[in-house]
Design a protein around this ligand. Structure first.
Ligand code: AMP
Ligand code: ZN
Length: 111
């Protein structure tokens, strides 16, 4: 999608701090981190939100999350995955992304 920030990041037209990449997925540091470890996991292909991602492609995001958790030694300490969907979910960038937050304890419920 031409005017999408995360499509431009996926295409490397806008720089980001990449922590994981494969053919379908890119994960990069959130520019406004709220945790010591705060990354965004996106599909390289543009989908507006989780409802638009084909079921068979959702698993690629989950697989990437598991790989990142192992690579960054988060399997013992744990982490939080957040997907903000639509207005009430607080989604600001309309390109599917999961936040992955770690390296501190996270309270519940969120605001
Ligand atoms: P959301 O509210 O779930 O749509 O979150 C969008 C996230 O994208 C926010 O946490 C922003 O800090 C993050 N963000 C916006 N622009 C950039 C960028 N250029 N590089 C990395 N993260 C970004
Ligand atoms: Zn996009």
């Amino acid at each position: 999608m031409t005017d999408c920030l995360f499509c431009k990041i996926a295409a490397k037209e806008i720089s980001s701090s990449v922590v994981y990449e494969d053919d379908l997925i890119l994960a990069f540091k959130d520019i406004n981190s709220v945790s010591p470890f705060h990354i965004l996991i996106i599909t390289k292909e543009h989908y507006r939100n989780i409802l638009d991602v084909p079921d068979e492609k959702l698993i690629n995001i989950m697989k990437a999350i598991k790989k990142i958790a192992k690579e960054y030694n988060l399997d013992e300490s744990g982490f939080r995955i957040v997907n903000n969907c639509g207005n009430d979910g607080g989604q600001e960038v309309d390109h599917i992304h999961f936040h992955m937050l770690a390296k501190r304890s996270h309270s519940w419920p969120p605001g």
